[in-house]
Design a protein around this ligand. Sequence first.
Ligand SMILES: [Zn+2]
Length: 241
Amino acid sequence: MSKTYRTTGVVIKRRDWRENDSLFTIYTEHYGKQNLVAIGSKKVKSKLMGHLSAYGLVDIMVARGKGLDKLATARLIDNFKMDLEDNYFYIGYVYELLDKAIEQGERDEKIWKILQSAVEWLKVTKTKDEKRLVMIYFTLQLMGRLGYHPELFNCVICKSKASDPVFFSLANNGLGCSNCSQDSFVVSQDMIKLMRVLISDDLEGFDKLIVKKKVIIEVIGFFRKWVPYMVEKEINSVKYL
Ligand SMILES: [Zn+2]
């Protein structure tokens, strides 16, 4: 195994580490999620810090260590050129979900692609509802990829076609009919239809979607329960969507 490797990634978390060091969690293109130490990066003059404190794409060189791998160099190569004031909470949510839902060290080209699409669409969307739709797309795609794909067609227990009213069971991660609706709550048909579209693989873009505001709000409210339940962690930023 080579002693160093080079890849691109986004910094999803930073925390203090030992006296002068920082520990960065970086979601990388070729190595998945990695925890990397930047030695001495808390000193004001550290060259690395400027490049690692941004939201954008960084090119990094990593030195493999016995314990944690070390960040040798980092260079910001794309600052995403987006209005951060408009996108701050959304990017924060994307990074928190990558941090909380993904295990370390698994390369996944599909997740890298989903991340790229979410960033690209955040850059071109203007309204809050459009940006929320991007977040719904990102969440469903990521969760589906990680094995949390909900059953959105039939009752997850008796397999009958779910009819009005539709229930959702967190414990079973899917729809429930009115006979099997213990521990479930009612969800709208419109919400389920939107989720089916945004979790599928053939979405071209958001330009052709017409979605009522109340459905977007319902899905976001659903995510506040569903995502933490599935990944078994608090997701703080979901309340800001
Ligand atoms: Zn049933």
